[in-house]
Design a protein around this ligand. Structure first.
Ligand code: KIV
Ligand code: ZN
Length: 514
């Protein structure tokens, strides 16, 4: 391909990423991530699917109104209601984009849509034209494109561009493609669609076969100019193309691909950590680029080589992706300014009030543990950015726990809700954690069907804070809660309450619009 192109990075963490089970985010969390994506340098932020629910609409609208520095995109099916609702949410953006999608593969046409190819082509034209009547920037996605007959795909893409699509996105919706296959799909469009030069070709690869990044690279080689991806690769099922991996692949192998992006790569690790803590989806240790072990060298031979010349075993420098040389940052005597600076470095944008609360908690923590690491600061900031409204939500007032090898656990707990305190004492369950679940259930009246429970240390050392993540099933949906404390039973209670508050928050919202 021609050399030195700049590939646009389209981030869909807030839309496709949020479709990962349990990864739903509330408004303050979405705003925080959107700002972090701007700092990272993404070109387009897909902020949500406005028709899907009032919460999605509000999030897209708030991001469109307040976040500057990237194009803000909203998703719509190919019908008037969806497109009108998307525009309503997006119209205050400085640079809005409507993303219209319609399935084109034979399987989807026959079984899902029950439409003929002619009907699909006509619907695509109608949808793109309507979106283009609102907005100059329109993206069209033939869903399941990788399994669509090539002739039909070329026809629909050509019609969509004629109707006003400025980007045509080629999704591998079910992660079926392989790199050679994906490269061919894109080359076919480049060679056979007469007006292809009037639009940017994008790719949107899912990771069901673990090939999303490889397929996206093949698409770039064949002429794609935009990649759709998510932080940490989160998304439907096995997820999407991981932003950090595709960006670093193109940068590290610039000699081969000869393409650039506008990503500030030193923001990759902080952004990954932010998304991980907000969604509760932990990043595996050996995850490329952002995993804890991505730059750790264990074998003696490797360590020896590294000491002699780092490039013997490292193809990227850890600092280029945002790993600090040491993450020991603050101690008991550190001041507010140092904390604010470190929080900013970690990607958190705290208001004056939030910073004050984090600072108070930081001082309390510094009394308990000597060294405060980045993980500790992230955990403290994370609790604040949820924007919780403690007058409406359940919060922990006090907790007493006793347990032992030969005795029944006992938990005494007081929670606060709407200004009133409620207490319970529970002497049941197979241990203090189980007893804590029973106590919260008894006080809040919310049935707690625990589907997953994980404890992880926020930092190193035996005085580390424990981060607990719980997945609670409620009326068919998973609600993830997180809690952090130096006491693991307390972190568990905080995590359960976080999930309970999310359940109550969802229940208080009007029903979905679709
Ligand atoms: O995977 C997919 O096909 C999608 C479309 C909406 C682009 O997410
Ligand atoms: Zn997708």
């Amino acid at each position: 391909m021609s050399n030195e192109r700049t590939i646009k990075i389209f981030d869909t963490t807030l839309r496709d990423g949020e479709q990962s089970p349990g990864a739903s985010m509330n408004l303050p969390e979405k705003m925080e991530i959107a700002q972090a994506l701007v700092d990272l340098g993404v070109d387009i932020i897909e902020a949500g699917f406005p028709i899907a629910s009032p919460g999605d609409f509000e999030a897209v609208h708030e991001i469109a109104s307040n976040i500057r520095g990237a194009t803000i995109c909203g998703l719509a099916r190919c019908n008037e209601r969806d497109i009108d609702r998307a525009w309503e949410a997006l119209k205050t953006a400085k640079s809005p984009r409507i993303h219209v999608f319609l399935a084109t593969s034979a399987i989807h046409r026959e079984f899902k849509l029950k439409m003929t190819p002619d009907e699909i082509a006509a619907r695509a034209i109608e949808g793109v034209s309507r979106a283009a009547s609102y907005c100059d920037d329109v993206e069209f996605s033939p869903e399941d494109a990788a399994r669509t007959e090539p002739d039909f795909l070329c026809r629909v893409v050509e019609e969509a561009i004629k109707a006003g699509a400025t980007t045509v996105n080629i999704p591998d919706t079910v992660g079926y493609a392989t790199p050679t296959h994906m490269g061919r799909v894109i080359s076919d469009l480049v060679n056979r669609v007469p007006n292809i030069g009037d639009a940017v070709i994008a790719v949107h690869c899912h990771n069901d076969l673990g090939l999303a990044v490889a397929n996206s690279l093949a698409a770039v080689e064949a002429g794609a100019g935009q990649i759709e991806c998510t932080i940490n690769g989160i998304g439907e099922r096995a997820g999407n193309c991981a932003l950090e991996e595709i960006v670093m692949a193109m940068r590290t192998r610039h000699d081969y691909y000869k393409v650039d992006t506008r990503i500030n790569t030193e923001r990759l690790v902080p952004t990954s950590r932010l998304v991980s803590s907000v969604t509760g989806m932990q990043v595996q240790r050996n995850k490329a680029i952002v995993g804890r072990n991505a730059f750790a060298h264990e074998s003696g031979i490797h360590q020896d080589g590294m000491l002699k010349e780092p490039t013997t075993y490292e193809i990227m420098r850890p600092e280029d992706v945002g790993f600090a040389k040491t993450d020991l940052v603050l101690g008991k005597h550190s001041g507010r300014a140092a904390l604010a600076d470190r929080a900013k470095g970690l990607g958190y944008h705290l208001s004056g009030e939030q910073l004050q609360v984090v600072f108070e908690k930081f001082k309390e923590l510094a009394d308990k543990k000597k060294d405060i690491y980045d993980g500790d600061i992230s955990a403290l900031c994370e609790q604040q950015i949820r924007g919780s409204d403690l007058t409406k939500e359940w919060s922990l007032v006090s907790l007493e726990v006793s347990s032992g090898t030969k005795r029944q656990p006992n938990v005494k707990m007081t929670l606060k809700h709407a200004g009133e305190e409620h207490s319970a004492e529970v002497a049941e369950g197979d241990g203090p954690i189980d007893a804590a679940f029973w106590a919260v259930e008894r006080i809040t009246g919310v049935k707690l069907n625990c589907k997953d429970f994980q404890v992880r240390s926020a930092t190193l050392g035996r005085d580390a804070q424990g981060t607990v993540t719980v997945d609670i099933e409620h009326e068919g949906s998973i609600f993830r809660g997180r809690g952090v404390s130096t006491d693991t039973v307390e972190s568990t209670v905080l995590a359960i309450l976080d999930a309970v508050n999310r359940i109550c928050w969802k229940a208080a919202k009007p029903a979905a619009a679709t």
